[in-house]
Ligand binder design. Structure first.
Ligand code: SAM
Length: 408
């Protein structure tokens, strides 16, 4: 049956909008700019508006803070008895994968960095492989490790759409073809469901729009829909926003059905205090990842913290954190930094993990350099969000929702 649902909707006038959407930036968002950016997201892709329209209430349930709670639902299985496989391309430190693993899926992760394997092993997330996905030579390897994939997920690097790369943006950036690689693998593997995660400006990118369109032409059974979500809508303590593109090989409105079910999984946001106060009196390196570089430039830039310009800011305790990227670049400070004898310092890696929605116990395995840990947590998909997605996928596959099931 021909799928008639409009694909990702393309605005009439692109140019001005693209410039405006550039205000989103995973590295240097300020509170002010995040508010401004919010107003620039077209309502067609705003999950909050979609939620308002379908009339869903928050559950008020906080994400469990201890790790790992037992997966009470058990493994997700095909009728033949094998576990349902999820392939995560550009798996990083496994935030996207973790939610699927906890929801009972068999997860395979691929990234070019060797640390992905270490994190997957430490937390029993699944099996990870170190593969450079930019190389066409990697195709066979990826198809082999992802054999039997039912669900394909992934978030290629967002640098082509970041303000940090003013001189080599979008199509000129060496990482942009990685977006195309993701869609190439969707075509080659033909998953029942795919979820592509990236920064909101991607929605306006001509190559992204073209890839969605080409995919629909190549396989008209895909229903595709994109929305911008905020991680604090799922219980995390960060207002980071991400574009989530979902493709479901099912009925015409199956991708919309994904978001309707996702709306049932909203939670109250956590405040920064809820998630990091337990570390307040823990010494540096007193627990794993409670580490930070000692910077001598904080004092020099005190004025920037007062104004919040360039994303330099001190966090407030009683709200979710605004969106920020790598805090070793923007120097986001602990809420009490420099006050009443508290060290003037940026957030620790462990505090960042908690803010992103990782359970309290979660930390990196030994042997990963501190700058790499800061980068990986800056790139990560919030696991409270990925777990919500995973449960929706599970419901759809097991319940035959949207005309799909875990079996072909
Ligand atoms: C935005 S991060 C993904 C984060 C991940 N989804 C998570 O939740 O932790 C992008 C990832 O792409 C990886 N990457 C960049 N270039 C790559 C390439 N050529 N091949 C494979 N992975 C690559 C980076 O190492 C990084 O981990």
């Amino acid at each position: 049956m021909q799928n008639t649902e409009p694909a990702v909707q393309i605005p009439d006038s692109q140019e001005g909008a693209v410039r405006q959407m550039d205000l989103f930036d995973s590295h240097r968002d300020t509170v002010e700019r995040a508010d401004e950016a919010e107003s620039l997201i077209p309502s067609v892709v705003r999950f909050s508006e979609f939620v308002a329209a379908v009339g869903v209430q928050h559950t008020n349930e906080l994400f469990p803070l201890e790790f790992p709670p037992a997966v009470s639902t058990g493994a997700v299985m095909h009728s033949g008895g094998e576990r349902v496989r999820v392939l995560d391309l550009f798996a990083g430190m496994g935030g996207f994968s973790l939610g699927f693993s906890r929801a009972g899926f068999d997860v395979v992760g691929v990234d070019r960095i060797p640390w992905t394997q270490m994190v997957f092993r430490r937390w029993d997330i699944g099996t990870a492989y170190t593969i450079d996905l930019s190389q066409v030579d990697s195709n066979e390897q990826v198809l082999a490790v992802g054999e039997g994939t039912t669900v394909l997920i992934g978030g290629p690097p967002c640098r082509p759409w970041s303000l940090m790369n003013q001189r080599r943006r979008s199509a000129d950036h060496a990482d942009q073809p990685l977006l195309i690689r993701f869609f190439d693998f969707v075509k080659a593997i033909g998953p029942r469901i795919f979820i592509f995660e990236n920064v909101p400006p991607v929605w306006q990118d001509a190559v992204y729009q073209q890839q969605c369109e080409l995919l629909r032409r190549a396989d008209p059974r895909y229903s595709i829909r994109a929305m911008v979500v905020r991680y604090d809508q799922f219980g995390a303590s960060t207002a980071r926003q991400r574009l989530v593109t979902v493709g479901v090989r099912g009925s015409n409105d199956a991708a919309t059905g994904f978001f309707t079910r996702l709306a049932d999984r909203l939670r109250e946001p956590s405040s920064v205090r809820d998630v990091i106060e337990w570390l307040r009196d823990v010494d540096r390196d007193g627990v794993s990842d409670h580490s930070w570089p000692q910077l001598n430039t904080i004092e020099k830039y005190r004025e920037r913290y007062r104004t919040g310009r360039y994303g330099w800011r001190r966090l407030a305790y009683d709200t979710p954190a605004p969106s920020f990227g790598n805090v070793t670049k923007t120097y986001v400070l602990h809420p009490e930094a420099g006050e009443a004898g508290f060290e003037e310092r940026i957030l620790s890696v462990r505090e960042l993990l908690c803010i992103m929605g990782f359970p309290r116990d979660f930390h990196f395995p030994e042997g990963i350099p501190l700058p790499k840990r800061y980068q990986m947590v800056a790139d990560v998909v919030s696991p409270v969000f990925s777990e919500a997605c995973a449960h929706v996928v599970r419901e759809m596959l097991e319940g035959g929702v949207g005309g799909i099931s875990s079996d072909e």
